[in-house]
Design a binder for this molecule. Structure first.
Ligand code: ATP
Ligand code: MG
Ligand code: MG
Length: 352
């Protein structure tokens, strides 16, 4: 089995390492900020947990290694301009958009829509690096030449598709996940919702098209808006994704195991999913051991310093039936201060 080196050493790398442990697959998360080179073996596989990294001796070494997979995909996806151009080229539905050039005027923006989301092309995450603009507001003076403008989509809900492609081209997928974002940050997801099945085929077809075009290997996530029962792709992530964390409890293999299988050229099959799962992100808050008294409750703690709004862990709730999951959600909610309950109450409503 090859060793898997990861560009990045955050929680995604940590959970990839945990997923490799049972099979004895060594996973080596690498801090991209360090200049000290690491010792790599010729048959190591190099993959990423982030799209963008600083230019350091270490990242130069990792990306120059012949085992680095998905060089093109990470390059295309890290820049919203090339990412959205790819979606257009592949005729995958997306919000109307334009590049914001250095000489852009409000007239140019008006062609895209009345209400817009301006997004920095590179480096944004958790809703950072974007702001809202509408007709009548002054022209942009900041970030000209560094952004795209997207029409604000009055979506009904947000879903994501997590899938994987193997070295042999085989693609497999989880069922669509329902996501709750607030202020641009993912707060909770529901995995295994039957009512999303009607969108599954289109979503799989689109993500297959994208992964084939990029000759991608590994797990990729596709975030979408649902508008009047149709999908629009918001963005892509060439890696394991927060909206796939529920698969640790509700699917076999999990997205982390699936990614390792794909990049290590091990057999891929459509993951088995049973019951229903809810993932709740721990944002800038500690957890409590009494949550473990709730049936089906698992806590994943990233051992990071708690700072306001920072993702420091997540909770998975997995039960076999809707009734059981409702019971567990209610039980966990009562253990929380009232202000913290809203993502769980959202999930409770969505699974009814
Ligand atoms: P992530 O942490 O998922 O990488 P990000 O910072 O890259 O987030 P986006 O996913 O582009 O940002 O946007 C964050 C959220 O903002 C979306 O999930 C959605 O709720 C909202 N949003 C983004 N673009 C639009 C749009 N065009 N119309 C309406 N809402 C939008
Ligand atoms: Mg993003
Ligand atoms: Mg996003």
């Amino acid at each position: 089995l090859p060793r898997i080196a990861i560009i990045g050493n955050g929680q995604l790398g940590r959970m990839l390492r945990q997923a490799g442990a049972p099979m004895g697959i060594e996973v080596l998360p690498c801090d991209p900020n360090l200049d000290a080179p690491i010792e790599l073996k010729p048959d190591d596989v190099i993959t990423v947990e982030q799209e963008l990294w600083p230019d350091t001796a270490r990242t130069r070494q990792l990306t120059a290694h012949p085992g680095f997979v998905n060089a093109r995909a990470t390059q295309v996806i890290r820049d919203r301009l090339s990412e959205k151009s790819l979606l257009d080229h592949l005729k995958v539905g997306t919000a109307p958009w334009c590049n914001v050039t250095p000489d852009h005027t409000t007239e140019h923006l008006a062609l895209v829509g009345d209400k817009l989301v301006i997004k920095r092309r590179q480096g944004g995450y958790d809703g950072r690096g974007q702001w809202r603009w509408q007709q009548g507001e002054p022209a942009l003076d900041e970030w000209l030449g560094e952004c795209i403008a997207e029409k604000m989509i009055p979506f009904d809900e947000e879903v994501s598709l997590v899938g994987a492609r193997g070295h042999d081209g085989k693609c497999v997928f989880y069922p669509l996940t329902l996501n709750l974002h607030q202020q641009g940050i993912l707060h909770a997801s529901v995995g295994g919702l039957k009512r999303l099945q009607s969108l599954q085929a289109t979503a799989e077809e689109w993500l297959t098209r994208i992964m084939v075009e990029l000759d991608y290997v590994g797990v990729m996530a596709m975030e979408c808006f649902v508008v009047d029962g149709t999908l629009l792709v918001n963005e892509l992530a060439p890696r394991v994704h927060n909206s796939g964390h529920w698969t640790q409890a509700g699917a076999n293999p999990s997205q982390f195991q699936l990614h390792l299988r794909a990049v290590a050229d091990l057999p891929l099959f459509t993951p088995a999913v049973d019951g229903l799962s809810v993932m709740w992100n721990l944002l800038g808050r500690d957890w409590s051991t009494d949550w473990l008294s709730v049936p089906g409750c698992d806590v994943h703690w990233y051992e990071k310093e708690i700072r306001p709004g920072r993702k420091v862990g997540h909770v998975n709730l997995h039960r076999a039936s809707v009734d059981d999951l409702q019971t567990s959600i209610n039980q966990l909610a009562t253990l929380l201060p009232e202000d913290d309950r809203s993502p769980l109450l959202w999930a409770l409503q969505e699974i009814q």
